[in-house]
Design a protein around this ligand. Structure first.
Ligand SMILES: [Zn+2]
Ligand SMILES: [Zn+2]
Length: 132
């Protein structure tokens, strides 16, 4: 009956770093407003190491004149040629990377994110401000 603190006991710190695409994940991912400025952040659990991961995406969607969301890592995994009807649609097409913050074994010095190296897409997002 007591409220458990939000400690993640499932985070597997011994998972070896490996850049791997996990696939589409149907877990709970929450969309929120970014804290560092205009944009969005996606909170969820890494499907590989089970660590909590947060990714921030600045606004800059199709039609605004910037590459924004799709240029986050320098090279997009795949070209996105479909019309983007909204930021959420874009986020569902974006590949997310583990940013659990734990330096997993074999983490390269030039790793783009501190995590286990996993990448995935999300099947759905919950939360977020405003309806749409
Ligand atoms: Zn991970
Ligand atoms: Zn991790």
């Amino acid at each position: 009956m007591s409220e458990a603190p939000p400690v993640n006991h499932n985070h597997n710190h011994s998972t070896t770093y490996l850049e791997t695409y996990v696939g589409v994940v149907a877990g709970d991912f929450v969309r929120r407003d970014a804290e560092s400025g205009p944009g969005l952040r996606i909170e969820g659990t890494c499907p590989r190491c089970q660590g909590g991961t947060v990714s921030e995406y600045p606004y800059g969607l199709a039609g605004t004149g910037t590459k924004g969301i799709f240029s986050r890592r320098g090279a997009a995994p795949a070209p996105v040629s479909v019309p983007v009807s909204g930021e959420e649609t874009a986020l569902l097409r974006e590949v997310h990377f583990c940013e659990c913050g734990h330096p997993h074994p074999d983490l390269p010095a030039d790793a783009p994110f501190v995590g286990c190296g996993a990448s995935w897409r999300v099947a759905a997002l919950s939360g977020g401000a405003g309806g749409g």
